[in-house]
Write a protein that binds this ligand. Structure first.
Ligand SMILES: *Cc1c(COP(=O)(O)O)cnc(C)c1O
Length: 383
């Protein structure tokens, strides 16, 4: 099955080979060096020179929960920016830990609204939020939030800015130091060309001051211990050592390509898919100015059933794309990942196969025009 969902994403052969090496002792000097180098290679992706990225063995959600459990006390007031699926879900995680959560809603398909946030935080009771939660790249709506604009509002308040960057790290610029992002969480299986199983966390000085004051809940995800161990190139408990090896190799690949070049390539791949499928009548769900290069969320043309497109792609072509199950977009959109290990030929096949899948439902298309539109964007991308 060709895997084309917005996570988990395929893994390059080099990373698979790294993964398949013999297990090593997690207290050995070899592993220490591996973890140390991995953290050092992660720093530019997070845009930090000062924060030491912490590698946790869990999916992204485990680390999202961990940063909240380490920085919030029951009853703390939290504001979540609800502009899609993940902002609301982030708020539910905080609520599950006893926080008093308020959601600030803005329309799906746009980024989180910085101006509305400014108004909310300057209201008489707006200074009491302990944390503001935001998803960087909403993998359900395909919209990117301008984190610089959001942090511009939050950084001079006492609130922590907590960022879900699960699907954006490695694909979109993130500037922890320059933007003052307090807690940032990502995971291995989206933009980072690795299998699922590792999560990544950075914390600012402001975040650590808060975390040092809050009693940790539970041992496994105690971030103070994780910080102290990470400073010695160690994990608190037995980490997924083979996944760390895989992540190390994937990060070497990113740095061989160069970070800026990686972002440029990502942008072209996203645009190439959008340009091609637009000729098939599949239009972007998010607003064009915030459309993500990491995931294409597409509305089916009039009279075409999105769920049937997913089924045809799977059953006829052996390509797994995603619908939007368990969200309010269920049945109306399809979602395709262009993040991580995605190549121009993947995009060409996507366009060709999607043409077949919409034609099967009686929607007549001109495949040659669609392919030509794709190729124009792909001209800039190396194979
Ligand atoms: C995939 C995703 C998650 C969930 O991560 P898991 O690793 O599945 O726990 C959270 N937030 C965003 C934005 C995602 O894309």
């Amino acid at each position: 099955m060709r895997l084309r969902v917005p996570g988990p994403t395929p893994v390059p052969p080099r990373v698979l080979r790294a993964l398949g090496q013999q297990v090593i002792y997690h207290r050995s000097s070899e592993f220490k060096e591996l973890l140390h180098d991995t953290a050092a290679m992660l720093q530019p992706l997070f845009g930090t020179r000062t924060a030491n990225p912490i590698v946790l063995t869990s999916s992204g959600t485990g680390a999202l929960e961990a940063v909240l459990a380490n920085s919030l006390r029951p009853g703390d007031r939290v504001l979540t920016l609800d502009n899609g699926h993940w902002g609301a879900r982030f708020g539910r995680l905080a609520a599950s830990l006893g926080a008093s959560v308020e959601a600030m809603s803005s329309s799906w398909g746009g980024g989180a609204d910085a101006e509305a946030l400014r108004r909310r935080l300057s209201a008489p009771d707006g200074g009491e939020f302990v944390a503001v939660l935001v998803a960087h790249n909403d993998t359900f709506t395909g919209a990117v939030t301008d984190l610089a604009a959001i942090s511009d509002v939050v950084r001079d308040t006492s609130a922590l800015l907590v960022v879900d960057a699960v699907s954006s790290l490695g694909c979109l610029p993130i500037e922890v130091d320059a933007w003052g992002l307090d807690l940032v969480v990502s995971a291995s299986q989206k933009g980072l060309m690795c299998p699922p199983g590792l999560a990544l966390v950075t914390a600012s000085e402001k975040a650590w001051r808060r975390i040092d004051k809050v009693d940790p809940r539970g041992e496994y995800f105690d971030l103070r211990r994780a910080r102290d161990m990470a400073a010695q190139g160690q994990a608190t408990f037995t980490p997924a050592v083979n996944l760390v090896r895989a992540l190390h190799e994937a990060l070497r690949m990113v740095h061989e390509t160069g970070l800026t070049q990686t972002f440029v390539r990502q942008a072209h791949l996203g645009r190439a898919l959008a340009a091609g499928v637009a000729e098939l009548g599949l239009s972007l769900y998010p607003n064009a100015d915030v459309a993500s290069p990491c995931v294409s969320v597409l509305r089916a043309p009039e009279g075409v059933d999105a769920a049937k497109i997913v089924a045809t792609m799977r059953d006829r072509y052996g390509t797994q794309i995603a619908g939007a199950r368990r969200s309010r977009l269920d049945g109306t959109v399809i979602r395709i990942g262009t993040m991580g290990y995605c190549r121009p030929d993947d995009i060409r096949l996507d366009v060709w196969q999607l043409a077949g899948a919409v034609q099967e439902q009686g929607h007549v298309v001109d495949v040659a025009t669609a392919i030509a539109a794709t190729e124009r964007e792909l001209e800039e991308v190396a194979a």
